[in-house]
Design a protein around this ligand. Structure first.
Ligand SMILES: C[S@@+](CC[C@H](N)C(=O)[O-])C[C@H]1O[C@@H](n2cnc3c(N)ncnc32)[C@H](O)[C@@H]1O
Length: 215
């Protein structure tokens, strides 16, 4: 048997193994922020460029690998549980992220959000200021009784906390989404946790957390 992840701590392991260790239908919400290079490749920033060094050093996930994550995510999500799937604008606008959804899928797109990072980034044409999040739900699809906060706008504004991680996502938004879709004691998972904002948000809201990163 492989390594068993521990609750509410930083586990060093492959996120697919972590997901495989979880019981089916046991998870209320998953946050998944794949290390995907579409944006950087599109912008032709690879390993060159000082500003990109921190990002390029992080191991990239192939489409096949992301599908493996997604297959496990849909297995472990409980009925009507949510997946919050982060992506860059190239994955969004090219619909590339559709390739990540398993062929036979119980996951359906139910909403989407934009994170306005409130600072201008890079770009050969327009300069990027936002990231996107697809919100998917395992069947049965429903909002009533499952999504309880109806005051979250679909554009969230706030600067990234780069001290936490090169790709840190906004802690306050994550906390709000956890509160909206789960109850105290529910299990929240992040299988590629980076700076562990999801763990911090789960702690603050008294949810259980399981997550990992490769280091
Ligand atoms: C985009 S970052 C996540 C950032 C995170 N959402 C945050 O707010 O800090 C993706 C992370 O996935 C990790 N990663 C890459 N391949 C992985 C794998 N097979 N299993 C687990 N984590 C992996 C990388 O090390 C990186 O920290």
């Amino acid at each position: 048997m492989g390594q068993q992840p521990v609750y509410d701590t930083r586990n060093v392991m492959d996120g697919r193994d972590l997901l495989r260790s979880l019981a089916p239908r046991s998870v209320a919400a998953v946050f998944y922020d794949p290390q995907y290079r579409a944006g950087l490749d599109q912008l032709s920033y690879g390993n060159e460029g000082e500003r990109q060094k921190g990002r390029a050093k992080l191991p990239s996930m192939s489409d096949d690998m992301i599908v493996e994550f997604m297959e496990e995510i849909q297995r472990v999500l409980r009925p009507s549980g949510h997946l919050f799937l982060w992506m860059d604008k190239f994955s969004l606008w090219s619909a590339h992220w559709h390739r990540w959804v398993p062929e036979v899928s119980s996951l359906a797109l139910v909403d989407g959000m934009i994170w306005d990072k409130d600072r201008i980034g890079m770009g050969k044409r327009t300069r990027c200021q936002y990231e996107a999040m697809a919100i998917l739900q395992r069947g049965p699809r429903r909002a009533g009784g499952v999504w309880t906060d109806h005051r979250i706008a679909d554009v969230w504004r706030g600067k990234p906390d780069r001290k936490r991680h090169a790709h840190a996502k906004p802690l306050d938004l994550i906390q709000r989404l956890i509160l909206a879709t789960t109850k105290p004691g529910d299990l929240v998972v992040d299988p590629a946790a980076g700076g562990y904002a999801v763990m911090e948000a789960a702690r603050a809201t008294r949810r259980r957390f399981i997550g990992c990163d490769l280091k």
